[in-house]
Design a protein around this ligand. Structure first.
Ligand SMILES: O=P(O)(O)OC[C@H]1O[C@H](O[C@H]2O[C@H](CO)[C@@H](O)[C@H](O)[C@H]2O)[C@H](O)[C@@H](O)[C@@H]1O
Length: 267
């Protein structure tokens, strides 16, 4: 179902640099919202556990979900259990670990199998991280991440080491670079496919996807939104190539934009 966006959206003034500001949807019954977390809803912090959840954010997302007839999901590299900690006591539908684990609106779960190669790779990475001050290992059930935000000079070495561990043997895993992080996630999952799975069923089916994200992993989600005639919004000030069609400058702008969506639908 492809709709004329101009029918439903009011466009704010003041377009930023190279890409337009996203227009504000007036009728949320036509949209399914898919929101990334780190760098999009939340400001980037020095380490994964140092993020700050703005006190009014969980409630605002819950109201948005309600106004959208339930058609909202968080689409993130984080594990679902971590997302629940952030937004407690609210449990949102979530695609976690870049789409490797899903929780649907009825609470049912889907997840890719855990690679038998993962525990050995994690052990090897722990040794590597221990030998290189500044690196941080983030363990997940189906994945693992090596963060180098505190030692940016090690970025290339981290990526080379992770690729060596993952790509020189049959692991069923893939390397996923991110912001000052190199992650290992299950092969064959991405955020675009996760959104396709949500879009198969109510309350998402028949709506237009609106995706907001900031990172390389969000490009697959942007492609899905674009292919379905929806809207893709890249967060960030840098000019790296993106498939998104609009831009918001930072998480503060994202939260303000989402608040303006709520204002436009509730008045
Ligand atoms: O898909 P996302 O919701 O954007 O999650 C991607 C990864 O985000 C987290 O790491 C990033 O944010 C940290 C906190 O701000 C920051 O310290 C780190 O440098 C960033 O890479 C998270 O830790 C990962 O598990 C997510 O996959």
């Amino acid at each position: 179902m492809k709709m004329d966006l101009a029918e439903d959206m009011t466009r704010p003034s003041a377009p930023p640099s190279d890409m337009p500001l996203p227009a504000v949807p007036r009728d949320l019954s036509r949209w399914a919202l898919f929101l990334d977390i780190d760098g999009t809803l939340l400001d980037i912090a020095p380490s994964p556990d140092a993020v700050r959840i703005p006190p009014d954010l969980p409630g605002m997302l819950d109201t948005l979900r309600e106004q959208a007839g339930g058609a909202l999901a968080l689409v993130t590299g984080r594990e679902i259990r971590k997302v629940d900690e952030f937004f407690a006591p609210i449990c949102f539908p979530v695609a976690g670990v870049h789409g490797a684990e899903l929780r649907m609106p009825d609470g049912s779960r889907k997840g890719t199998p855990i690679s038998p190669a993962l525990p050995g790779i994690i052990s090897e990475l722990q040794v590597f991280v221990d030998a290189n001050p500044g690196l941080l290992l983030e363990r997940k059930a189906r994945a693992v991440a090596v963060h180098y935000r505190q030692a940016p000079e090690l970025g290339d070495e981290v990526e080379a080491h992770v690729r060596l561990l993952v790509e020189t043997q049959e692991t069923g895993l893939e390397v996923q670079p991110g912001k000052m992080v190199v992650e290992i996630r299950p092969h064959g999952v991405d955020k675009g496919r996760a959104i396709e799975l949500f879009m198969e069923d109510a309350p998402y089916a028949g709506r237009l996807p609106l995706v907001i994200g900031d990172d390389w992993t969000d490009e697959a989600a942007f492609r899905t939104a674009n292919a379905r005639g929806g809207v893709s919004i890249r967060v960030g000030r840098d000019t790296r190539p993106t498939e998104a069609s609009a831009r918001l400058l930072d998480p503060t702008a994202v939260r303000a934009w989402l608040a303006s969506v709520l204002e436009s639908v509730t008045v």
